[in-house]
Design a protein around this ligand. Structure first.
Ligand code: FAD
Ligand code: SF4
Ligand code: SF4
Length: 410
């Protein structure tokens, strides 16, 4: 890397050699993290040699990753860093010319395109959909803007992104932009120094409540009036799930109307034990959780993240982050309702949704509402299902957040 872009020392020494002798694990077998495996793809590569240090579910290394990637850990006494991680800049934005068919306005795909067009990188690690099934992810090393664009929109299922690292040694790729969710980035960062690369840029997505392909079927069947025609969905800041159907129509369902008893176990065990919602190791994070409705939310963590943002900044309509409301009571009520697996009748869910949308948390406060709700639920799930792991698996920032609430006894 150039002097302007200091390399981020990874968690393994650059002279580690174990991957030179290792082989990927055979497909379909049990992975080292067993039922907690999120299928990040590392075990499908020779870098499985470092799985004990790299796997997000075998070794919680968030502090070390932050230090290696950003030069410091997050400041736990700063509310925004506590929740959203190390940051130099936090903003909301939308592409002035949105990309048709993207998940939101397409900032992620546009950065991928510009990274290739400007020669910043030789390839972009992203995820296409299988030709047979729009929700089945197929990770690729995209070499052209067209390939990056074809990978736009979420595949809301566990995705073995890192499996394409296996192609790197013979690919001629020396500078890579990797797009991924937290568990993928944790493993990638751990093996970074041993990859045959001169530069690695990491563009992270926030991620929560992911599912296996089977889990997705259960979720859609339970939540949508027409599960077979859903082509896109998102949990949005208006406290509703927005489903888009193949004929272009939109269906919205209030969060509070979900069939909690059915959905309690639908999320993958990896995701029920995950505390890297805001992608702590990425250079730049692009989500929506801290923005008002219709906008995206960006966190620049380090100079490499700013370099990625520079690629598109002139094409963005930018606004500062804002915050409104007080989430805490709603979070505590949600913990109790989840524990009792309460299901509201739809008319009541609509009424609650109407009030919360108008008077509930907005902007950063919505982001904190979502983090509080998921961290407390996951801590409870972990305590009940993997009690022995709780102490070593919870990063310090998650412990501090969870301690603000009253969790039901196990
Ligand atoms: P696009 O330009 O449409 O690009 C989407 C990119 O996502 C593509 O490059 C593609 O390669 C990549 N991608 C698609 N599916 C996956 C996958 N399964 N794993 C890894 N990469 C993938 N944001 C929030 O603020 N809060 C959330 O709770 C939240 N949950 C998410 C859950 C999942 C499973 C995913 C994949 C994303 C989630 N996001 C969340 C991020 C958000 O939905 C958008 O992806 C993000 O804002 C980028 O939008 P865009 O229009 O710029 O993306
Ligand atoms: Fe391997 Fe990734 Fe599964 Fe961990 S999460 S066991 S590193 S495939
Ligand atoms: Fe990975 Fe966590 Fe997203 Fe699950 S919720 S896919 S474990 S980042």
């Amino acid at each position: 890397m150039t002097a302007a872009e200091p390399s981020s020392p990874s968690l393994l020494p650059a002279d580690a050699r174990a991957h030179l002798r290792a082989r990927p694990l055979p497909p379909g077998g049990v992975r080292p993290a067993k039922d907690l495996c999120s299928d990040c793809g590392l075990c499908d590569t020779r870098w499985v040699a470092y799985v004990r240090q790299a796997c997000a579910f075998l070794d919680q290394h968030m502090d070390a990753m932050e230090r290696a990637s950003h030069g410091r850990t997050r400041d736990l006494d700063d509310e925004n860093e506590l929740y959203f991680g190390v940051q130099r800049r936090m903003l909301t934005a939308r592409l002035r010319a949105p990309i048709d068919g993207a998940q939101w306005t397409g900032i992620v795909s546009r950065i991928g395109v510009r990274a290739l067009e400007t020669g910043l990188v030789d390839a972009v690690l992203c995820v296409r959909a299988s030709p047979e099934d729009r929700f089945t992810p197929v990770p690729i090393l995209a070499r052209t803007p067209e390939e990056v664009l074809a990978a736009r929109v979420n595949k809301p299922t566990l995705s073995p992104n890192l499996k394409v690292l296996e192609e790197l040694p013979d690919s001629g790729i020396r500078r890579l932009l990797a797009i991924g969710v937290g568990c993928q980035v944790q493993a990638l960062r751990a093996v970074e120094a041993t990859l045959p690369l001169e530069a690695l840029y990491v563009l992270g997505l926030p991620c929560v409540d992911n599912v296996s392909r089977e889990g997705l079927r259960t979720f859609l069947n339970s939540a949508s009036r027409s599960p077979q025609t859903v082509v896109h969905y998102e949990f949005m800041q208006d406290f509703r799930i927005h489903f888009r159907h193949a004929d272009g129509t939109e269906e919205t369902v209030p969060f509070f109307g979900l069939d909690t008893p059915t959905l309690k176990d639908v999320f993958a065990p990896s995701c029920l034990s995950c505390f890297d919602y805001t992608n702590a190791g990425a250079d730049l994070v692009v989500g929506y959780m801290g923005a008002t409705f219709g906008r995206q939310w960006l966190v620049v963590r380090n100079p490499r993240g700013q370099r990625l943002l520079d690629l598109v900044e002139s094409e963005l309509d930018i606004a500062p982050v804002t915050s409104r409301g007080d989430r805490r009571q709603a979070v505590q009520q949600g913990i109790d309702a989840y524990d009792k697996a309460v299901r509201l009748p739809m008319w009541l869910a609509e009424v609650v949704g109407w009030f919360v949308e108008r008077f509930g948390p907005r902007g950063l406060e919505y982001g904190k509402f979502s983090i509080d709700s998921h961290f407390t639920r996951n801590a409870l799930w972990l305590r009940r299902n993997h009690g022995a792991m709780v102490e070593r698996h919870l990063p310090a920032f998650a412990q501090r957040i969870i301690a603000r609430y009253r969790l039901p006894s196990s």
